[in-house]
Design a protein around this ligand. Structure first.
Ligand code: ZN
Length: 510
C-alpha cells in the first residue's frame, strides 16, 4: 500500500469516527424535540454543546489539515467525481469552513440554539414574541459573528447560504426567485379571478388522530420509507433526522380537524427519509455517503409530497382506502372534490400549510427578512411588524397574531438562517427531476408513471431516484447533478409547466 493510500485510509477512519460522535449529538437533538422534560433543557444544552465542541475539534484538527493538504496534490484527488476525489474535496470544504470558526462561537451557537428552541415553543404557545426576542437577538448576533469569521465576497448572507447550498449565491437565488415570482403572481391572480373555489371544508372535517397516524404510516411505507430503518413520531415542527446508516427518523404534527397538516408532512418527511435511506451505507460518515445540499434534499421531499402525493393518479389509487380510514369525513366526498380540495390555491398565513403555488412567496418573505437581519438593517424588535407588512404586500393578508406570523417557524430559534431559500430551490429541482423521470420511466412495460401510481406502484420511481440521485452522495455538486440527470441547468420552467398543467384544468385558467 502506498503512503498516500495509508493517509487516505486514516482520513476516512477519522471522518467516520467524527460522524459517530455527530450521530450521538443528533440522537440527543431528536430526544430533545420528542420528549425532553422542560427542566432538563439546560443540562441537555450542556451535553449537546460538549459534543458539538468535540466534533468541531476533530473537524478542525491540524493533522487533518495536513492530511488533506498532502492528498489534494496527489492522484487520489485527480478526478473530483471519483470516490476518493469526492471524499477529499468534501472533507476539505468542511475543514476550510470550520477552521474559520472559533470553538467558543460554535459552542455558544449550539447552546443558544437549544435554549432558543425551548423559548420559541413557549412563546409560540403563548403568542408572546417579546419573551423570545432576547434569545433571537443573541442568535442573530452570533450568526453575524459567524459571517465575519467565514467571510464573503458580495453579500454577508452568502456566508450563511453556502453552508446549506454549497456554491450557491444570494444574487443568483434572488434572480431565480424573482423570475418565479413574476410568473406566479399572474397565475395566482387569474386563479383568484376565476371564481372557482375548492371545497376545502372536506379537509376540515373530523379526522381521528389514530386513523391519521395509521393511514400516514401505510402510505409512507407504500412510497418506500423503510420502517425497519426508521420511525415516525410527533413534534411541534415536522422534521427528519439521521442517527446512523440504518436509523432515519421522521416526525409530523396532527390536527384532528385538518387532514393536510399531518398527512402531507408525513409524505414530505418520508421523502427526506427515503433520500437518506438511499445513500450508500458503506460510505456513512463520508461525503460520498452524504446528501449534496439542502436544496437537493428538499427536492426529494417535495417530489413525494407534491408531485406524487397531490397528483390525481396517486389518489385514483389511494382514495378508496382514505375513505375507509376516514368514513365520517370522506365517505360522502367525491374524489373530484377531494382532489380539488388538496390542490386549493389561495393566500394563507402558515408556510407549512401553503399550497404549491403561493408557497414560494412565503419563502421569498423569509429570504428577504433574513438578509436584512444579517446585514443589520432590521433590528429583531422590528421583525414582527416587518413580517406582517410583507405578508400584506405579497399575499394580501395580515397575521392577526404573531403565533400565525413571525413565531410559526422553528428555524431562526435554532440558528438556521440561510436555510429557507433551499425550500424553493427544492421545488424547482423536484419539478425538473420529475419531468426527466416521467420521460424515462414512461416507456417501459409498467406504463406511464401515472398508470404506476394508480396501481399503487412507486418502486420504479424510487429506484430511479435512488440510482440517479441518492447513491451519488456528494460526487457531484447540485448544479452538476441537475445538469447530468435532466440535461439542463436549473430553471423555473418545469415548475411553472407543471403548475399550469395541473391548476389550469382545475380553475379553468391557462
Ligand atoms: Zn423538508
Amino acid at each position: 500500500m502506498s503512503k498516500k493510500n495509508t493517509i487516505y485510509d486514516q482520513l476516512c477512519q477519522h471522518a467516520r469516527e467524527t460522524a459517530l460522535i455527530g450521530s450521538i449529538e443528533e440522537l440527543l437533538g431528536w430526544d430533545e424535540q420528542t420528549g425532553l422534560p422542560p427542566a432538563a433543557a439546560k443540562y441537555r444544552a450542556d451535553q449537546m454543546a460538549y459534543l458539538a465542541g468535540l466534533v468541531h475539534r476533530r473537524q478542525t484538527a491540524p493533522q487533518l489539515g495536513e492530511c488533506l493538504e498532502t492528498l489534494a496534490e496527489g492522484p487520489l484527488a485527480a478526478d473530483p467525481h471519483s470516490e476518493t476525489g469526492a471524499t477529499i474535496r468534501g472533507l476539505r470544504r468542511s475543514y476550510d469552513r470550520k477552521t474559520k470558526l472559533p470553538q467558543m462561537l460554535v459552542e455558544e451557537l449550539t447552546r443558544t440554539a437549544v435554549l432558543g428552541q425551548q423559548s420559541w415553543v413557549a412563546a409560540r404557545k403563548q403568542n408572546d414574541f417579546a419573551s423570545f426576542q432576547p434569545l433571537l437577538e443573541t442568535m442573530v448576533a452570533l450568526k453575524r459573528q459567524e459571517v465575519e469569521a467565514v467571510g464573503y465576497e458580495d453579500h454577508p448572507y452568502d456566508a450563511l447560504l453556502d453552508e446549506y447550498e454549497p456554491g450557491e449565491k444570494t444574487a443568483n437565488v434572488t434572480r431565480i426567485l424573482a423570475r418565479l415570482r413574476d410568473a406566479l403572481v399572474p397565475l395566482i391572480q387569474s386563479i383568484a379571478d376565476s371564481q372557482r373555489v375548492a371545497p376545502i371544508e372536506i379537509l376540515r372535517r373530523s379526522f381521528p388522530i389514530e386513523a391519521q397516524e395509521s393511514f400516514g404510516r401505510k402510505m409512507a411505507a407504500q412510497i418506500g420509507f423503510d420502517f425497519e430503518r426508521g420511525r415516525l413520531d410527533v413534534t411541534h415542527h415536522p422534521f427528519c433526522t439521521g442517527l446512523g446508516p440504518h436509523d432515519h427518523r421522521i416526525t409530523t404534527r396532527y390536527n384532528e380537524n385538518f387532514f393536510n397538516g399531518g398527512f402531507f408532512s408525513i409524505l414530505h418527511e418520508s421523502g427526506h427519509g427515503i433520500y437518506e435511506q438511499g445513500l450508500p451505507t458503506a460510505q456513512y460518515g463520508l461525503p460520498t455517503g452524504s446528501a449534496i445540499s439542502l436544496g437537493i434534499h428538499e427536492s426529494q421531499s417535495r417530489l413525494w409530497e407534491n408531485l406524487v402525493g397531490r397528483s390525481r393518479a396517486f389518489w385514483d389509487g389511494a382514495y378508496a382506502e382514505a375513505q375507509s380510514a376516514f368514513p365520517a369525513a370522506l365517505g360522502s366526498a367525491s374524489l373530484d372534490d377531494f382532489y380539488f380540495a388538496i390542490n386549493d390555491v389561495r393566500p394563507s398565513l402558515i408556510r407549512v400549510e401553503a399550497d404549491e403555488a403561493t408557497y414560494n412567496l412565503h419563502i421569498l418573505i423569509r429570504f428577504e427578512l433574513e438578509q436584512e437581519l444579517v446585514s443589520g438593517d432590521l433590528p429583531v424588535g422590528d421583525l414582527p411588524g416587518a413580517w406582517n407588512d410583507k405578508y400584506e404586500a405579497y399575499l394580501g393578508i395580515r397575521p392577526s397574531k404573531d403565533a400565525d406570523g413571525v413565531l410559526q417557524d422553528i428555524h431562526w430559534s435554532a440558528g438556521l438562517i440561510g436555510y429557507f431559500p433551499t425550500y424553493s430551490l427544492g421545488n424547482l429541482y423536484a419539478s425538473q427531476f420529475f419531468e426527466a423521470a416521467a420521460a424515462e420511466l414512461g416507456d417501459g412495460n409498467n406504463g406511464s408513471l401515472d398508470e404506476q401510481f394508480r396501481r399503487g406502484q412507486f418502486q420504479p420511481l424510487r429506484d430511479w431516484l435512488c440510482e440517479k440521485i441518492h447513491t451519488q452522495g456528494q460526487r457531484y455538486s447540485a448544479a452538476e447533478l441537475v445538469e447530468q440527470v435532466t440535461g439542463s441547468s436549473l430553471s423555473h420552467d418545469a415548475l411553472l409547466r407543471r403548475l399550469r398543467g395541473k391548476l389550469g384544468p382545475l380553475y379553468g385558467v391557462s
